[in-house]
Design a protein around this ligand. Structure first.
Ligand code: ADP
Ligand code: ZN
Length: 383
């Protein structure tokens, strides 16, 4: 199965049970594909999902003594309900705050002695940014750990979040088609994600040929659910690139693990013969965080017949713009072997999203699109 099966069977043609057996549905934000991808749950499905989310929270070290703030929406997005149910099952105290309202979230962190939270990584960065603005120090908070995921994030993003919030930030990967979160998580070792192989049978394939790859090789993750009633997935091509290997984790969990998600296979672009993932560019921006804010946008565009990549970044106050631009361009060249142009904007002027961050824009089929769009961005940041 692949994404197409979900989109073509919209809204419910893939169902394997009678409608009366369903007690919940969720749907994707539609980051890829125009129609939402829907997930359906019977009572058994919901209970197992709840259990898998509790298992994820347990794996990062949470117990019933924790206070857990869920900073994602308890709406269609699976991460909201998923972790709120999981937290309840684990027995920790849940604060189902929902998204946005960053300053107020931080007030709650302090007032209710919040020890752990769930967020998408870009919101983790936003929390750090607002802490800086509001002059809240990590010592003013009671946080110990957070569970982050639902979008790609670089190792350097983790370092930033951990340092500024004074926490351990654990990666977790899931997708609506599988159930939502509850597929895999990093334990306290923070070295690869345990994939719950008693509930999902994983394979890695070459995305081009479909050939099954060996242990440790990078390819597309394929999942088969071993428990779902309403909408089982069978050898489902997730579109996400990672590698799979047998666990020898010191935590003692057996089964299989996956490495950090490298990106969606559609996010990988081949520019001048080089495979470019957004996370490669993100890594270099974050390594220069004394110059740049955490907000950026990668733009693919066409100049003449050639595909180009450029990146828009926000520059911090008081930083020498020419020097910062030059240094980032040099580092990007060393990391990717191609020339990537850096455009700088004043801090606070690039758009911020409430949900998953939009960090890539592909204007390659629109030769005039890029110039017009850049002009528009410049006008906005000057006004
Ligand atoms: P969509 O983002 O398409 O609206 P979902 O909300 O179901 O749909 O998100 C699932 C997708 O999010 C995954 O297929 C994957 O591409 C991405 N994702 C989820 N968790 C992670 C993670 N920890 N690291 C990188 N990407 C992730
Ligand atoms: Zn482990």
């Amino acid at each position: 199965m692949d994404k197409k099966d979900f989109l073509e069977s919209f809204p419910d043609k893939l169902l394997c049970v009678e409608h009366a057996e369903l007690i919940r549905m969720h749907a994707t934000s539609g980051t890829s594909g125009h129609r939402p991808t829907c997930g359906f749950y019977t009572r058994n499905d919901l209970e197992t999902w709840e259990y898998l989310c509790a298992r994820n929270l347990g794996a990062i070290g949470m117990t019933k003594n924790d206070v857990f703030q869920n900073t994602t929406s308890a709406g269609l997005f699976t991460g909201g309900f998923g972790y709120s149910q999981g937290c309840t099952r684990l027995g920790a105290m849940l604060i189902p705050f929902g998204p946005g309202n960053t300053a107020r979230q931080l007030e709650f962190f302090q007032a209710f002695k919040v020890t752990s939270f769930h967020a998408i990584p870009s919101f983790g960065l936003r929390l750090a940014e607002v802490m800086e603005e509001e002059e809240i120090k990590k010592e003013d908070l009671f946080l110990k750990y957070a569970i982050l995921g639902a979008e790609g994030w670089a190792e350097s993003t983790r370092d930033t979040i951990e340092a500024r919030l004074g926490i351990k930030a654990h990666d977790n990967y899931g997708l609506t088609e599988a159930c939502g979160p509850g597929v895999s998580v990093e334990c306290q070792e923070q070295d690869g994600m345990h994939l719950w192989t008693d509930h999902f049978y994983p394979e890695i394939i070459d995305p081009k040929t479909g050939e099954v790859l060996g242990e440790g090789e990078t390819g597309e993750l394929v999942l088969t659910s071993l428990w779902k009633e309403a909408l089982p997935i069978f050898r489902y091509r997730t579109g996400d690139m990672t590698s799979l290997y047998k666990s020898e984790c010191p935590c003692g969990r057996t089964g299989y693990m996956i490495s950090r998600i490298k990106g969606r296979k559609d996010d990988m672009k081949i520019i001048k013969g080089v495979n470019i993932y957004p996370s490669m560019i993100e890594e270099e921006i974050f390594n220069l965080s004394e110059y740049f804010s955490d907000i950026f946008l990668i733009v693919y565009h066409t100049v003449g017949v050639y595909d180009q990549v450029s990146v828009n970044v926000e520059i911090r106050e008081g930083v020498n713009q020419a020097k910062a631009k030059q240094e980032l361009e040099k580092n990007l060249r060393e990391a990717t072997f191609i020339r990537i142009e850096v455009n700088t904007f004043p801090k606070g002027t690039l758009p911020r999203q409430e949900g998953k961050a939009i960090r890539v824009k592909d204007l390659r089929d629109r030769p005039e699109g890029y110039k017009g769009w850049l002009k528009q961005m410049n006008k906005k940041s000057n006004s």
